[in-house]
Ligand binder design. Structure first.
Ligand SMILES: [Fe+2]
Length: 380
């Protein structure tokens, strides 16, 4: 086991890391444990946390109604439950949807208002209740960053905002052993694009480039290994580490074109898994990113193609390398599989620029409607 510090946040990695929570929540009297429908139980994480709470004499209740692509009303329901119970802190056990929703709820519990008000920009976080996160997937980086993403019910909009950091996070690879194979693919590719986008944004810095290089190298090596042997705990731990440092990358330097377009699509169809959408839209986006930042991406993508040259003319080669990697790990879906049609291209492109202009604005190239239409159409 080892631990990392990012400012005030402490992240524990490795088997046995869950027990480290005990010393941090000592003295808390009452908590709400927030989970999804099944993974907290299936992984064994919920039982481990309940044992820690019982041993420490901490009163607790469980809210287990968070679902993928969560909505504002899920966040409001967590707040309602936590308020009724009079809790002092929240413990999130899950992947990005659970940790995002819990961080968001912790802000509402202290700052007031409804989730929708924050997503629409009418309210800003002022303060938050303490959050402890037990992360179950190697993807979002939510256990190390300050973001929360939620869909606004009835609006077909998915919005990401700054909420808060957890106090302490746990990345225990034992819990990732039961992650289904499709989630293994989707979450890993999420971290992959966090790395590629954060390292090429106009806010990138030497640290995010170094983190991206390490993260992509680990994902390229360990994801195929885990798909062959899902119980490979060392490879799972490396993927957790890769996802968390990619999370530090986006906390510093944001994402841009791939995430913006994907958020538009999964805002319209919440059945589209985030990672599936990124994998569909990513390869053609890489062509544009590579043209703009060939030196950075030649270095980072070296594990996928060692012969990539740091020249814009190798952009198509970089696109092909990413496509080959994705196909090799079974990421082969397209947008038609999720009910989208090529005739939506113009509308999707203009909505992306309108809703996510701030994010597309940090891409390393000028993101036009025309380019977004091309990337979208390549997803069929
Ligand atoms: Fe993401």
């Amino acid at each position: 086991m080892f631990r990392l510090r990012f400012g005030r946040l402490i992240v524990y990695f490795g088997e046995g890391s869950t027990e480290a929570l005990a010393e941090h929540i000592y003295g808390v009297r009452r908590v709400l444990v927030v989970t999804g429908r099944s993974s907290a139980r299936r992984s064994g994480a919920l039982a481990d946390v309940i044992k820690i709470l019982n041993d420490a004499g901490i009163e607790h209740e469980v809210f287990d109604h968070v679902f993928p692509n969560p909505t504002d009303s899920v966040v409001d329901s967590i707040v309602e439950k936590a308020s009724e119970s009079g809790v002092e802190a929240l413990i999130a056990i899950g992947g990005g949807s659970v940790i995002d929703s819990t961080k968001f709820a912790s802000v509402l519990l202290c700052s007031g208002g409804k989730a929708r008000d924050y997503l629409l920009g009418d309210l800003s976080p002022r303060c938050s209740k303490p959050v402890y996160a037990v992360n179950l997937t190697h993807g979002t980086g939510s256990e190390v960053d300050r973001y929360s993403v939620a869909n606004i019910e009835g609006e077909k909009l998915k919005i990401g905002i700054d909420t808060t950091y957890p106090e302490v996070s746990v990345d225990n690879p034992r819990y990732a052993l039961t992650l289904p194979l499709d989630q293994t693919r989707y979450t890993s590719i999420d971290a992959f694009y966090h790395s590629l986008e954060s390292s090429t944004s106009t806010l990138s810095n030497p640290l995010t480039e170094t983190l991206a290089s390490e993260s992509v190298s680990l994902i390229a090596g360990r994801l195929p290994r885990v798909l062959k042997s899902p119980g490979d705990i060392e490879a799972r731990e490396d993927l957790l580490y890769a996802a968390s440092i990619a999370g530090v990358g986006i906390d510093n330097s944001l994402t841009h074109v791939v995430h913006s377009l994907e958020h538009t699509l999964s805002g319209e169809n919440p059945m589209l898994p985030h990672g599936a959408g990124l994998a569909i839209l990513g390869p053609r986006s890489i062509r544009y990113m590579y043209k703009a930042r060939p030196q950075t991406l030649a270095r980072i993508l070296r594990p996928l193609d060692p012969d990539l040259r740091p020249l814009a003319v190798d952009a198509e080669r970089a696109e092909a390398a990413v496509r080959r990697f994705q196909e090799g790990v079974g990421l082969v879906e397209n947008l038609a599989d999720y009910g989208f049609s090529t005739s939506d291209a113009d509308r999707v492109a203009s909505k992306t620029l309108e809703v996510f202009g701030k994010l597309t604005g940090v891409a390393p190239f000028s993101v036009s409607e025309e380019i977004l239409v091309e990337i979208y159409k390549d997803g069929f």
